[in-house]
Ligand binder design. Structure first.
Ligand SMILES: Cc1cc2nc3c(=O)[nH]c(=O)nc-3n(C[C@H](O)[C@H](O)[C@H](O)COP(=O)(O)OP(=O)(O)OC[C@H]3O[C@@H](n4cnc5c(N)ncnc54)[C@H](O)[C@@H]3O)c2cc1C
Length: 377
C-alpha cells in the first residue's frame, strides 16, 4: 500500500481561511464613531463583563454562549485555563469549554477590566471595543491577563426601539505569573556556569536554539531559580538576525519586540525601526547582561529520553569536542520550521549557468548584478 505523505496538521493557507471566514462586517451606520468615547467603551465593556461573570459563576452555558458574537467568535488560551495553547471557535463550543476549564482552575471573582478600554473604529464595517482584562485562578494560584474584543449588534427592544448591545468577538487569556514561584530578577546577575571543559554535564532544562525564544526562556527560568543551558548552532548569540539579508528592518514598534527584563536602549525606541544588526546586538547584550548559559557552534547529535531515570540524554558536537548533557526537561526552540530552506527541483536546473539561490542565502543586490537570477518559492 502506498504511503500518503501529507503534512499534519495541514499547512494553513491564509487566503483560503480569510475566504472561508472573512472578518465580520457591521451594517452601515450601526455605530457613529464620533459618539463613542473611551468612557462609553468602558461602561459597555463592564456590562458585558457583568453578564459574562454571572454566567460563568453559575455555570450557565446558555447565558455564556449569549455573551459571544453569534456568527463568529474565538477564544484563544495560553496556559491560563486550558493549561495548553488552545483556540476554540463558535459561541457554544467556547461556552462549554469555559465552564469546563473553570471547574478545574476556579476563577476568583470573575474577569475585571485591566487598564484602559479603547473604542477602535478601524473602518466603517469594522469597529470594536478593545478591553484588556485581568483575573486570578485558585488552582494553580495565579494571575492571568488577556483581552476581549467586542462587536455591536442591534436588538429589537421591548418598546420597539432598536438597542445596540456588545458581544465578545475575540477573547484571549494567558497565564501571567504563578504565586507559588515568583520571579526574582536579582538571580539574573548570578554568574554563568563554566561549561567549557566539561565533557558531561547535568542541568534542569536543556534548550536547543538560542534565538529570541531560547534566550527569553532561559532568562525567565533563571529568574525562577531554574538552571538551563542553551545549545545554538550559530557561532554567536544574535546570529539568528545577523546572518539575514542586509536591508532587513522591522516595521513594527520597538515596544512589540521587547524581551522580558531588558528593554532596547532609548535611541532604538519608536519611531526608530530596528535593523537586523540592532536585533542581533540586543540578543548578544541579553545573553551577556544576564550571564546565560549558551554553548555556541553546537551540533545536536542525539537526544534520548530515559524512562527509568526520567531524564533526557543529549549528545552534542561543539568546537571543544563532544559533550553529553543530562537534563530533566528538553525544549526545542529552533524557530519556525527550523529554517530549513525548501528548494524544489526545477527541470533543467543543472543546465542553468546563472546565479540560483534560495532567499535564505540572499544578502544584498550587489551580489546579484550578474544576469540570470532564479527565484525559488
Ligand atoms: C524579517 C522578519 C521579520 C519578522 N517579524 C516578526 C514580528 O514582527 N513579530 C514576530 O513575532 N516575529 C517576527 N518574525 C519572526 C521571528 O523570527 C520570531 O518571532 C523570533 O525570531 C522567533 O524566535 P525563535 O527563538 O522561535 O526563533 P529564531 O529567532 O529563529 O531562533 C531559533 C534559533 O535556533 C537555532 N537553531 C535552529 N536549529 C537548530 C539546531 N538544530 N541546533 C541548534 N540550534 C538551532 C537557530 O540558529 C536560531 O538561532 C520575523 C522574522 C523575520 C525574518
Amino acid at each position: 500500500m502506498a504511503l500518503i505523505k501529507e503534512e499534519y496538521p495541514a499547512l494553513a493557507d491564509l487566503r483560503t481561511m480569510m475566504r472561508e471566514q472573512p472578518l465580520p462586517s457591521l451594517a452601515p451606520g450601526l455605530i457613529d464613531p464620533t459618539c463613542m468615547t473611551d468612557e462609553d467603551a468602558t461602561s459597555k465593556a463592564n456590562i458585558v463583563l457583568k453578564q459574562f461573570n454571572a454566567a460563568l459563576a453559575s455555570r450557565n452555558t446558555r447565558a455564556l454562549k449569549d455573551c459571544f458574537y453569534a456568527s463568529q467568535a474565538y477564544w484563544k488560551d495560553i496556559v491560563a485555563l486550558t493549561y495548553h495553547l488552545r483556540t476554540f471557535s463558535t459561541p457554544g463550543v467556547i461556552a462549554t469549554a469555559l465552564v469546563q476549564t473553570n471547574s478545574y482552575r476556579l476563577i476568583e471573582n470573575g474577569f475585571a477590566v485591566d487598564g484602559s478600554v479603547k473604542f477602535e473604529p478601524i473602518m466603517p464595517a469594522l469597529q470594536f471595543i478593545d478591553c484588556p482584562i485581568i483575573f486570578r485562578t485558585q488552582s494553580p494560584a495565579a494571575t492571568c491577563r488577556g483581552k476581549m474584543m467586542l462587536l455591536p449588534i442591534e436588538l429589537e427592544a421591548e418598546n420597539g426601539k432598536p438597542e445596540i448591545v456588545w458581544k465578545i468577538w475575540i477573547l484571549s487569556t494567558r497565564l501571567e505569573s504563578l504565586d507559588i514561584q515568583a520571579e526574582d530578577e536579582s538571580l539574573l546577575q548570578t554568574p554563568a556556569r563554566d561549561t567549557r571543559n566539561l565533557e558531561s554535564l547535568e542541568t534542569e532544562v536543556f534548550i536547543i536554539g538560542g534565538g529570541n525564544a531560547g534566550v527569553t526562556l532561559s532568562a525567565r527560568l533563571k529568574a525562577l531559580g531554574i538552571e538551563s543551558i542553551m545549545a545554538e548552532r550559530n557561532a554567536l548569540p544574535g546570529d539568528n538576525w545577523a546572518l539575514r539579508y542586509d536591508s532587513l528592518r522591522f516595521h513594527i514598534p520597538t515596544a512589540v519586540c521587547e524581551m522580558p527584563f531588558l528593554c532596547y536602549e532609548e535611541k532604538f525606541q519608536t519611531p526608530h525601526l530596528l535593523s537586523k544588526d540592532e536585533l542581533a546586538s540586543q540578543i548578544r547584550r541579553y545573553v551577556e547582561v544576564f550571564n546565560l548559559n549558551l554553548i555556541t557552534s553546537a551540533k545536536i547529535q542525539n537526544t534520548q529520553y530515559d524512562l527509568s531515570e526520567r531524564k533526557w540524554r543529549i549528545e552534542i558536537e561543539t568546537l571543544a569536542g563532544r559533550r553529553t548533557i543530562t537534563s530533566k526537561q528538553l525544549v526545542v526552540a529552533t524557530g519556525f520550521g527550523t529554517q530549513k530552506p525548501r528548494i524544489p527541483s526545477i527541470p533543467g536546473e543543472y543546465d542553468y549557468q546563472g546565479i540560483s539561490i534560495h532567499s535564505a542565502q540572499f544578502k544584498n543586490g550587489k551580489d546579484l548584478k550578474q544576469k540570470g537570477v532564479t527565484v525559488n518559492f
